[in-house]
Design a protein around this ligand. Structure first.
Ligand SMILES: Nc1ncnc2c1ncn2[C@@H]1O[C@H](COP(=O)(O)OP(=O)(O)OP(=O)(O)O)[C@@H](O)[C@H]1O
Ligand SMILES: NC(=O)c1ccc[n+]([C@@H]2O[C@H](CO)[C@@H](O)[C@H]2O)c1
Length: 206
């Protein structure tokens, strides 16, 4: 049996709805799993502080990107084993496509990770909505007063300027969860059919 893979990137602004979309997609896509960038933050004690006393969390340097890449490679080497716990049984004779959904706010700023992704989506919301959503969230450690305007939003603008744009589909994060899911799910299932189709043609030609 062939092992075919698809790496989907869901990036975007903080509170743009990345985790929500990734979770909704993962539930609908068989043989899929999520690797979330937020689980690779360095320990608070090693994250530097700027002259205003703000912890510099919204930079690639605040993340263990080496560990995140290792996790993705571990999936890639053997997606079937990686999926074992969550995966439904494969249908006999069917060429499966294993999907990893890589989700995070700085996934398009890391060149090696960028090169791995086959489909890329970026969720955007306006400043006011972003500030409102962020204020209703509690991170560990919690945002200190002034953190959004003093660190989060300016770093978002900077990171967005620097990210690699090639191949990214921009999504309006103000759209409903269902609408966003519908669009991305259709796009990915079309890609999965294409990948399967190409393999089937190649095996006939062999
Ligand atoms: N399409 C949507 N419409 C309205 N609200 C949404 C939508 N998607 C997510 N939300 C809400 O926005 C907030 C942030 O969502 P979520 O955690 O998915 O974002 P995120 O981009 O993963 O955030 P971060 O990575 O910064 O922690 C949550 O309160 C969630 O319920
Ligand atoms: N350890 C964490 O998950 C953590 C700690 C402090 C701040 N954050 C924020 O997470 C967002 C990305 O999802 C960034 O905007 C960080 O500020 C996360």
């Amino acid at each position: 049996m062939y092992t075919l893979t698809l790496v989907v990137g869901i990036g975007g602004v903080t509170n743009g709805g990345k985790s929500t979309l990734a979770t909704n997609l993962q539930k609908k896509l068989p043989h899929s799993c999520i690797i979330a960038q937020d689980t690779f933050f360095k320990d608070d004690s090693v994250v530097p502080v700027d002259s205003n006393g703000f912890k510099q969390y919204d930079l690639l340097d605040a993340l263990h990107m080496d560990k995140m890449m290792e996790e993705i490679y571990s999936w890639w080497r053997d997606p079937q084993s990686y999926h074992q716990s969550t995966c439904a049984t494969t249908e006999a004779g069917r060429t499966e496509v294993f999907v990893v959904i890589v989700e995070g706010f700085l996934i398009f700023n890391h060149r090696p990770l960028n090169e791995l992704m086959n489909k890329k989506y970026f969720l955007e919301i306006p400043y006011d909505e972003c500030q409102n959503r962020r204020c209703s969230r509690v991170y560990t450690p919690p945002d200190p007063p002034g953190y959004f305007d003093g660190h989060v939003w300016p770093m978002y603008l900077k990171n967005r300027q620097e990210m690699q744009l090639q191949g990214i589909v921009f999504l309006d994060g103000l759209k409903s969860e269902a609408e966003l899911l519908g669009y991305v799910y259709d796009d990915i299932t079309t890609e999965i059919k294409n990948i399967r189709g190409k393999t089937e043609i190649n095996s006939v030609n062999l």
